[in-house]
Ligand binder design. Structure first.
Ligand code: HEM
Length: 162
C-alpha cells in the first residue's frame, strides 16, 4: 500500500474513533469549549491556584484555545493538540493541595455543564493527568513518590534570609 493510502487510512480510523466517543458520551467541540471557559473562569477567581496562573498568563485567549485543543485530544482522541504539558508544570510552585483544588473546580464545572456520562469521561482523564503531573513535579523537586503517595512541599526546604 502507498504511503498516502496509509496516511488516509490512519485519518479515517481516527475519525471513526472520534465519532464513536462522540456518540457514546455526547462530547463535542462545543461542550469542550463551554467546559474550558467555565473551568478557567473559576480558576481565575480562586484564591489558592488563581495567583499561580495570573503570574504566568497575561493573555488568556491563546491559553484557552490551547486548552480546548488539549481537551479535544484527550477526551475525543482527535489529535488536535501538539504541545507538551509536563515541562510547563515542572517549575510551578504547586503541590497536592493545588492539585486537589484544581480537580475540585474541574469536577464542579464538569458536573454543572455536562451530562453525567460526559462529566465522568472528562473527570477520569483529568484525575489521571493530574496524578502524573504531580508525580513529575515531585520528581523535579527531588521527591520520589510511592504509589498513592502525595507530594507535599516541605516547609524545611525554605530557609529564612539571614
Ligand atoms: C495545580 C494544578 C495546575 C496548575 C497551577 C497549572 C498551571 C498551568 C499554567 C500556569 C500553565 C501555563 C504555563 C505556560 O504557558 O508557561 C499551564 C499549562 C497547561 N496546563 Fe496546567 N496547571 C495545573 C494542572 C493541570 C492539569 C491537571 C492539566 C490536565 C488535565 C493541565 C493541563 C495543562 C496544559 C495542557 C497546559 C499547556 C497548554 C499549552 O500547550 O500551552 N494543567 N498550566
Amino acid at each position: 500500500m502507498s504511503h498516502a493510502a496509509d496516511t488516509e487510512d490512519a485519518a479515517t480510523r481516527r475519525a471513526a474513533v472520534v465519532d464513536q466517543i462522540r456518540a457514546d458520551t455526547g462530547i463535542d467541540e462545543a461542550m469542550i469549549g463551554r467546559l474550558v471557559d467555565g473551568f478557567y473562569e473559576r480558576v481565575r477567581g480562586d484564591q489558592l491556584i488563581g495567583p499561580v496562573f495570573h503570574e504566568r498568563i497575561d493573555d488568556w485567549g491563546p491559553h484557552l484555545e490551547q486548552m480546548k485543543l488539549f481537551w479535544s485530544s484527550v477526551a475525543l482522541m482527535s489529535g488536535a493538540y501538539h504541545g507538551r504539558p509536563m515541562p510547563k508544570h515542572l517549575p510551578l510552585p504547586v503541590d497536592a493541595r493545588h492539585f486537589d483544588r484544581w480537580l475540585e473546580l474541574f469536577e464542579t464545572t464538569a458536573r454543572e455543564l455536562c451530562p453525567p456520562v460526559a462529566a465522568d469521561h472528562f473527570i477520569e482523564r483529568a484525575r489521571r493527568i493530574a496524578e502524573s503531573l504531580e508525580l513529575g513535579i515531585a520528581g523535579a523537586n527531588g521527591v520520589l513518590l510511592r504509589k498513592g503517595e502525595r507530594y507535599v512541599q516541605s516547609q524545611d526546604a525554605w530557609t529564612p534570609p539571614s
